[in-house]
Design a protein around this ligand. Structure first.
Ligand code: ADP
Ligand code: MG
Length: 326
């Protein structure tokens, strides 16, 4: 690969910031490949997410937050499949070598990696406009992964946590929404340091009939479950869990859009048979993660959103799509 023209060699950069013992791998960073031992009876779960400066994050964002988020969004994909994350690779494209930036980025990345016992086992480092690609690998018992395609008419629709905070933070940064000064830090933390629901995803194996993580907005992501399951869904607006500061904005068009189609929540949306309600309620106490029933899967197509009067609510925007016309 290309060596950034700088006094620090690429090897030194990797050794200084990204070489840590890979406790759960046969061989980690340093050779041509990492070597991983996959457990018998498990399926290997693999997912990749790229974050591009200016598209996925503000260029001046704190690198420690960026390190956290680049791994968190991948852990969230593992969560959505009910998989146990073990290994990650990191492809970094950097405009220049800035050791204090890299140190902070690595801290954010490895703090979260340690929390979830994930080892960084390899990657690539190139010069160019700032972009970060993480590939995550993990295991899920063969045949037990939570897919998007299993929802059935009559299933409940559930979401974890609360929705809209991250999108409200973005709208605030862009001047489209004015958050109370007391709420700004909380909203920004939800944008910069999302909590991937990894334990929840694993606990939902055998309970959820379908699952997805909410990265592009509730309506868009639930729409994926519906499309792939060949069903429709109805969501009741007043059941959607929101934080106290999001509640202040639900009456405005921008606030409503942030909550139902804003994205960047990294909460789980899943479907389950109504006879699983008690088990799912038990889970929220066990894991300390709020879980809320927000609607029902039905025969048909598409996702409808109902207001308190039972009438359909129209929302601007149907989730983020990189290639749709503006
Ligand atoms: P090659 O030229 O064979 O692709 P590289 O010089 O790109 O090897 O990488 C050397 C080693 O460092 C490999 O084990 C690779 O996986 C690892 N590596 C490179 N960049 C990173 C990074 N940003 N984070 C973690 N490991 C990295
Ligand atoms: Mg390489």
């Amino acid at each position: 690969m290309t060596t950034p023209r700088n006094t620090t060699s690429e090897f030194e950069l990797i050794a200084r910031h990204f070489m840590r013992p890979a406790t759960n791998a046969v061989l980690g960073v340093g050779d041509d490949c990492a070597l991983l031992n996959v457990t018998n009876g498990m399926d290997l779960a693999v997912s990749t997410d790229t974050m591009v400066s200016g598209t996925h994050f503000f260029p001046e964002v704190d690198p420690e937050h960026l390190g956290h988020k680049s791994l968190a969004v991948n852990l969230s994909d593992m969560a959505a499949m009910g998989a146990m994350p073990y290994w990650a690779t990191l492809a970094l494209t950097l405009p220049s070598v800035d050791h204090s930036w890299l140190g902070a980025f690595a801290k954010g990345f490895f703090d979260l990696a340690e929390e979830f016992n994930v080892s960084l086992v390899g990657g690539d480092t190139t010069r160019g406009p700032l972009s970060l690609t993480v590939t995550i690998m993990g295991e899920v018992p063969a045949g037990a992964a939570l897919r998007r395609s299993g929802a059935k008419a009559g299933n409940d629709i559930w979401v974890s946590g609360h929705l809209g905070d991250a999108a409200l933070a973005v709208a605030h940064r862009k001047g489209k929404v004015k958050l109370d000064p007391d709420d700004v830090d909380d909203a920004l933390m939800r944008l910069y340091e999302p909590t991937p629901r990894v334990q929840l995803g694993q606990a939902l194996r055998g309970l959820a009939t379908a699952a997805i993580d909410i990265s592009d907005g509730l309506l868009a992501d639930l729409g994926h479950i519906c499309r792939l399951s060949g069903v429709g869904g109805t969501v009741e607006l007043e059941r959607i869990p929101i934080s106290s500061f999001a509640a202040k904005h639900v009456e405005t068009a921008e606030g409503l859009t942030a909550i139902v189609s804003g994205g960047d929540d990294y909460e789980l949306c899943f479907t389950a048979n109504p006879n699983s309600r008690e088990s799912i309620d038990d889970l929220q106490n066990m894991l300390g993660v709020p879980l809320r029933r927000i609607g029902q899967i039905r025969r048909g197509k598409g996702v409808s959103l109902l207001g308190p009067d039972g009438k359909a609510v129209k929302v601007d925007g149907r989730g983020y799509d990189h290639f749709s016309a503006p």
